[in-house]
Each structure stands twice: as C-alpha cells, then as structure tokens.
Design a protein around this ligand. Sequence first.
Ligand code: NJP
Length: 247
Amino acid sequence: SGRITVITGASSGIGEGIAKVFAENKSHLILGARRVDRLEALKKDLSTAHGIKVFIHELDVTDRSSVDRFVAAIPEDLKNVDVLVNNAGLALGVKHAFENDLDQVSQMIDVNVKGVFTILKAFLPGFMERKKGDIINISSVAGLEGYPGGSGYCATKHAVQGLTEALRKEVVATPLRICSICPGLVETEFSQVRFGGDQEKAKNVYKGIEALTAADVADTVAYVVSRPAHVQISDLVIMPTNQAAPT
Ligand code: NJP
C-alpha cells in the first residue's frame, strides 16, 4: 500500500490485470500504452473504486521520444517509483523459420526487446538513486524453450531472459529486486494480435488448454513484490495445469 507502480502495456490483458490487483492493494499507478482511450476507462474505474492516484499517458515503447514524453509527464508526487512492470509485448504470426516475415520479426524485437531496454534506461537511474525497488519483466515460457513456429517470439523472450539475468547481477549490491515471470498460455488479446484478428486461428490456440487468466498472472506479480525486502523471487514459471508445452 502506498507504492508507486509503473506498468507498460496496461491497456489490456496482463498489464490491465496487474493494474487492477495493484489498485486493490492501494498502489498508485502510472499506466502507459498506445490506446489511451482504454487507459482512460481503466483510470476511471480504478481511481474511484480504490481512492488511489492513477496517472495515464500515451506510450509507444518502440519510440524513444514517446518514452521520453511519458517519463517527463509523470507528476512530481509520483516520481519515486517503487515497482516497474515491463509488460508491453506481442507475438506476430506462427511461421517456421524458413518462411518468417522479417517485418514481423523486427516488430517483435522492437517491442519485446528494444522496448524493455528503452524503458529500463529511462527508469533505472531513479531506482539506483533510491537504492530500492522491484523490476518485473513479463517474459514467457517461450524465453526458456523453443517451439515450432515460434522462432521470432522465442528469440525475443530469450533476449528478455538474458537481459534480466545480467541486470539482476548488476544491481545485486544496490540492492534492487529483479524478477522475470514466465507465463504459459494466458487468455488475453495476445492471440488476436498474433493472428491479425483472425478469430478462428486465435481460438484454436486455446483448444484443450484451460488457459491462465490475466488475474492469475497479476496475483503472482503482487505476491512477488509483497515479499519481505530480503526475499527476491528471481524467476517464476506459471503454467496452465493442463498445458504440456508452449505453443
Ligand atoms: O497481451 P495483450 P498480453 N508500446 O495483447 C501493449 C506476455 N505473454 O496481456 O499499445 C506500448 O492483451 C498493448 O497496448 P497498446 C506477452 O509477450 C503473454 O497477453 O494499447 N505498449 C497491450 O496493452 C507480453 O509481454 C502470454 O496496443 C504496447 C499489451 O502490450 C505480456 O505477456 C504468454 C506496444 C499487450 O496486451 C502481455 O501480453 C506469455 C507498444 N509498442 C507471455 N505494443 C499469453 N497471453 O498467452 C503492444 O508467455 N503494447
């Protein structure tokens, strides 16, 4: 309670779910995404229901000037951020490596990898100065193994795993807590984005799997940040019980 939490990609799915759970826990929120109308609706819901401060601003993590504007617009009373959740991310297509659409691969690298670097560069100096705080990267089981048709997405999430591990070792003495969360299948807009709105293909992904909800992942993030200061949960895998492997 009283924490200040930044969430990227808060306009839907897991990011929105984390915003809701953190609001229930009385954290103030700084929410970014490209779809500001969604953020406005969320702000309206959360600030009245929970009496917290909610600051929203347009954010495209692939655009450095957008990230600069986002950071510069944060009000003075919310500048001492306690928790940063790097959540914005996407998968595009399901293609075998030999038929990959290179524009889709670039876009995934821009959002999932370069976006995290850009956001970290913006917020880390503050964390280092205050010598405390949590950085949570929403990675994926696709960052721990590969699966057919997922070369581009898996490559980006393996990159997130690598940068998270390096960062954790860099700030161990500060100390900051750095956590990578690797979910399996979560029911969000992710599959619709992945298949460009093709509902049939999107639905197919969930066949036979009782997917996690955004709230399941959000509760896990809330658990991680609520541990006593000397406890760092560094890596966490959360899977649907009946999902055998990433798809
Ligand atoms: O997906 P979705 P999830 N700049 O599509 C935002 C990982 N994950 O919640 O900009 C800023 O509902 C987008 O906002 P908008 C996944 O890789 C998922 O499932 O308004 N924000 C939206 O709020 C990702 O890292 C599954 O379009 C940008 C959000 O990202 C994270 O979970 C499994 C942006 C995406 O919400 C959240 O995805 C897994 C940009 N350039 C990992 N581009 C799963 N769902 O199964 C997108 O292992 N966003």
